[in-house]
Design a protein around this ligand. Sequence first.
Ligand code: FMN
Length: 184
Amino acid sequence: MTIPKVLVVYYSRTRRTERLAHAICNSLEIRGLRCDLESLREPIGRHGLFGYLRSVIDAALARTCPILPLTHELENYDVVIVGSPVWNGSMSTPVRSFLSANAGRFKNLALFLTYKTPREEEVFAQIEALAARPAVAQLMVRWPELRSGAYKAELGLFVEQIEQAAKQSMSTERRVERASSLLH
Ligand SMILES: Cc1cc2nc3c(=O)[nH]c(=O)nc-3n(C[C@H](O)[C@H](O)[C@H](O)COP(=O)(O)O)c2cc1C
């Protein structure tokens, strides 16, 4: 039996988004899906005060930055889940760079964000526009909920939506393969 494959691509400066990325991956694996993790890395990191200030400026100017080559092929996955911290009411700079370079390469896209202060922001819509794909599932978690685990019910729904999309994508692909083998 073929198992649906999911890739979690994320950027995390201070490990909060990374923690959520791992929780998502674990939940998917418990449901029997295969899940891989891809952390976006830059040639120069964003640690300390200098890294923070650089991030503030990059975010304010909606810049992109160089990122190191990915270690997974996006085309091999039924769903790619992209995770980012909210920066200046938008996505983080490395995630902006990743999406700009890979728009349209996702069979299915799902999104998650971590953030500090609740505000009316259009971050998901911005990411969908840049990725040229609507998201099959969205999850937004604030610090305290990440620490207390209060987000777990929402995580359950998020993972369920991804599982459905991955299975649907796999069965569509199989039907297309069968149809094209009948033609040849
Ligand atoms: C440059 C910068 C800009 C930020 N802007 C926002 C913001 O606009 N809204 C918000 O809620 N949090 C903002 N934050 C806080 C982060 O979204 C939050 O701390 C996030 O959970 C950090 O994730 P990480 O630990 O994976 O890097 C900002 C953080 C940084 C470094």
